[in-house]
Design a protein around this ligand. Structure first.
Ligand SMILES: [Zn+2]
Length: 336
């Protein structure tokens, strides 16, 4: 919880860019961080602001988890490839939100182990990760009309490429989020049920009434040409949809999926070597074998089998080749 005094306290992050002036500004979110190797040092989180006249604001982010790379690749690209005269309104680009995590190829921060996407609303007087969350919560999110946060599976998951939106109480807002998700035009579009929605950036943006889209565009701790292509096209499509960039959306056919309940998730009850019998995007029916986990401490043991609880498409899987008890084996999404 953020205390009342915390709400009033100033965040120590100082942006070196302009948010209200017309122009293209490349700079940093400068977060003071005193430490052994730099007594008066700062964490310098790259940011670009592009503003041209009046119009909506899009806040585009990647690296909320530091080991997910489609967002950073697409957004570092975007930061140098837009001309000011293509833009009507404002685009705020932060390619690597949890910058210490990103620089360490980790999901969470090496400084405080903070998982940024479980830290919202954050604290201005908290840990480094809490300070980053607070700056987004109280400074950047309020500026935005459209919020796109690009995720992937990271080192321990792999996903079919999908854009996602949540079921919201405000049905008008939900419709605007769904339209933006459709504009992103990933090969799959997902109505997502979060396992654990508390502290998420998604929830913070949605509670402020923003048009929010997130993605899962692959995983395994790197990118592919295909997944990066989907991210770049999706970002541009969303900006066109928002009316910020001129052009024609380049839409592809997108399969609409739903994750209606807990039975979409299969959790491992064993530790060992995992053997998949279905690949991502494969169709399964209830009871189909999805994976077997072999005891890797001894030979001569039959593996434990994991079967689909429901009909659907294999949307996510564990990565890399060994798994621990409690890890997600598979995510089976339903066709809508
Ligand atoms: Zn993520």
């Amino acid at each position: 919880m953020t205390s009342v005094s915390g709400m009033l306290r100033r965040n120590p992050i100082v942006p070196t860019v302009e948010f209200e002036k017309d122009g293209i500004f490349h700079g940093h979110l400068k977060l003071p961080y005193s430490r052994d190797d730099s007594a008066w040092g700062s964490i310098m989180i790259p940011i670009t602001v592009i503003k041209n006249g009046e119009g909506p604001t899009a806040l585009l982010t990647g690296g909320n988890h530091g080991d997910e790379y489609e967002g950073p690749v697409a957004l570092f690209n975007l930061s140098h490839s837009l001309d000011l005269d293509e833009v009507s309104g404002r685009i705020i680009i932060v390619p690597a939100m949890n910058y210490p995590a990103f620089r360490s190829n980790r999901r969470t921060s090496p400084i405080d182990n903070g998982n940024l996407n479980r830290t919202f609303p954050g604290r201005p007087d908290g840990t480094v990760t809490e300070k980053i969350a607070d700056f987004f919560q109280r400074t950047l999110l309020p500026m935005a009309d459209y919020v796109l946060d690009i995720h992937s599976g990271g080192k321990t998951l792999d996903f079919i490429p999908f854009a996602a939106t949540h079921l919201l109480e405000d049905k008008d807002q939900q419709a605007r989020c769904k339209a933006a998700m459709e504009a992103f035009s990933a090969p799959y579009s997902m109505l997502l049920l979060e396992i654990d929605a508390v502290g998420m950036y998604d929830t913070a943006a949605e509670e402020m009434g923003k048009v929010f889209v997130s993605t899962e565009l692959g995983g395994g701790g790197s990118t592919t040409a295909k997944s990066v292509g989907i991210a770049k096209r999706g970002v541009r499509n969303l900006l066109i949809h928002a009316g910020i960039v001129e052009g024609v959306e380049e839409r592809c056919e997108s399969v609409l999926l739903d994750m209606p309940g807990e039975d979409c998730y299969i959790t491992s009850g064993s530790t060992g070597l995992i053997e998949y019998s279905v690949d991502l995007g494969g169709e399964v029916v209830k009871g189909d074998l999805i994976a077997r986990v072999h005891d890797y401490e001894r030979t001569g043991r039959a593996p434990i089998e994991y079967r689909a609880f429901r009909d659907g498409v294999l949307a996510g899987r564990h990565y890399p080749g060994t798994i621990q008890m409690g890890d997600v084996v598979a995510v089976v999404a339903a066709r809508v």
